[in-house]
Design a protein around this ligand. Structure first.
Ligand code: VGL
Ligand code: ZN
Length: 202
């Protein structure tokens, strides 16, 4: 077992990001056995769930004339328009059935404000509105985070960078992550993570 100041953060291992899902990430399900094995090694375990209301502003269906993966300008910056995914209470939003979630100390949901997407487990995409995760980790005296899950280049990377910026020691364990890789987004995310002081472990 690792030291008490270490948390495993499992990002968005939900049906919609796994095979057959609305926003399936190639090989997404393949990381589940590894995550299940890792969980028993960490004294603190936090799982996240992408959790959007119907008609969320990040959904392409909310933007007439747009096609999936195009971008649009939002008040908080450029936003990719995603296929509708992880609608609150839907099968797609549920954790994959093979992911062992009983070990979760905390399940944190994000992206529940219709008007703002939230890739990061710490802040919505306006980079100001907190999810509360930082306070949870600090009050438990957690200083070291290991991130795994989906997708490497969006929710994992945004969470890792925000974690590092807040002073946590952050490692992304890449064998237990998979990427969407939209127009070079994986290479850019890895570069941005490194620049923010995130350790990439292969
Ligand atoms: C994610 C795109 C949209 C993710 C969530 O979990 O990486 N990506 N919503
Ligand atoms: Zn989403």
């Amino acid at each position: 077992m690792r030291d008490a100041n270490q948390a495993l953060i499992v990002i968005d291992v939900q049906n919609d990001f796994c095979s057959g899902g609305a926003l399936a990430v190639a090989g997404g399900d393949g990381i589940i056995p590894l995550i299940n094995d890792m969980a028993s090694d960490f004294p603190a375990r936090v799982f996240t769930q992408d959790w959007h209301p119907d008609g969320h502003s990040s959904f392409v269906s909310s933007h007439a004339g747009k096609t999936p993966f195009e971008t649009t300008e939002m008040p908080y910056g450029t936003q990719v328009l995603w296929p509708d995914h992880c609608v609150q209470g839907s099968h797609g939003a549920a954790f994959h059935k093979d992911l062992q979630t009983d070990s979760a100390d905390l399940i944190i949901r994000k992206g529940f404000d219709s008007e703002i997407d939230s890739y990061s487990a710490f802040f919505e995409n306006d980079q100001t509105t907190p999810t509360g995760l930082e306070g949870y980790l600090r009050t438990r005296a957690i200083t070291h985070l290991t991130l795994v899950g989906l997708a490497t280049d969006f929710c994992v990377a945004y969470s890792a960078i925000d974690g590092a910026r807040q002073g946590f020691d952050v490692t992304v364990f890449e064998p237990a992550c998979r990427a969407i890789d939209l127009d070079g987004s994986l290479a850019k995310a890895r570069e941005d993570m490194r620049a923010a002081g995130v350790k990439l472990e292969s």
